[in-house]
Design a protein around this ligand. Sequence first.
Ligand code: BTN
Length: 252
Amino acid sequence: RLSEKSKGHLRELLLLNEVDSTNTQLLARMEEGDGHAVAMLAERQSAGRGRRGRNWISPYGTGVSLSVGWEFSGGVQSLEGLSLAVGVALARALERFSVPDVRLKWPNDIWCRGSKLAGVLLELKGDLTDRCAVVIGIGLNSGLRIETATKIDQPWADLQQVCPGIPRNHLVAAILDELLLLLHEYPQRGFSAHRDAWTKLDQFAGQPVILQAGSQVWTGIAAGVDDKGALILDMDGELKHFHGGEISLRGQ
Ligand code: BTN
């Protein structure tokens, strides 16, 4: 059940048994001008997509596959840092169920006890100055079976194991609640309103990390994020700011 406030921000909630990818479907609706304030939850995705061209494996009963489409009037620069703020919204939703040890890994992974619990794929449409649309896809692991788990190419966490017994639909309602309030307020408040909350949950703060974009690699100490959500890397005293996109981060 959504709170009255966030219910007012949602136009349509689509519940699908099977879909190729909830992000792909909502992006198509965005193009037709019919995706604003629409959420789509699927029981299974046959072609789920992750960041940087990866697959996101999502068979029946293995977690949450959810996307929300939203339109903004201010151009894409007003959405700077949004993907990090979505991480904060997800962490808040998990906190409602007292899920322990939730952390954020820049730019937008949700970690739990040192492994990835959920990922966010944010896709934008539109231009720099005028209206733009965003589709926010959220994939969260819960109840992974061994045949799925063995296909995942990074350390993963599973909500059923960390905190058993949370009803999936209650969790989805909490995620939508947090997300809709965030999206509604974001153009006015921007990332700076969420920076402190993000910083408190920063998995790698003060730790040595490696950043990679294609064949380029940078090493240094993770020194938090700036007001736009860029990662600050301390490279022997020189502070360099990195903006999301295709960059990946890992511990050293
Ligand atoms: C990542 O960490 O690489 C992001 C994963 C995002 C997966 C979700 S599942 C719902 C939505 N539909 C997709 O095809 N991808 C996102």
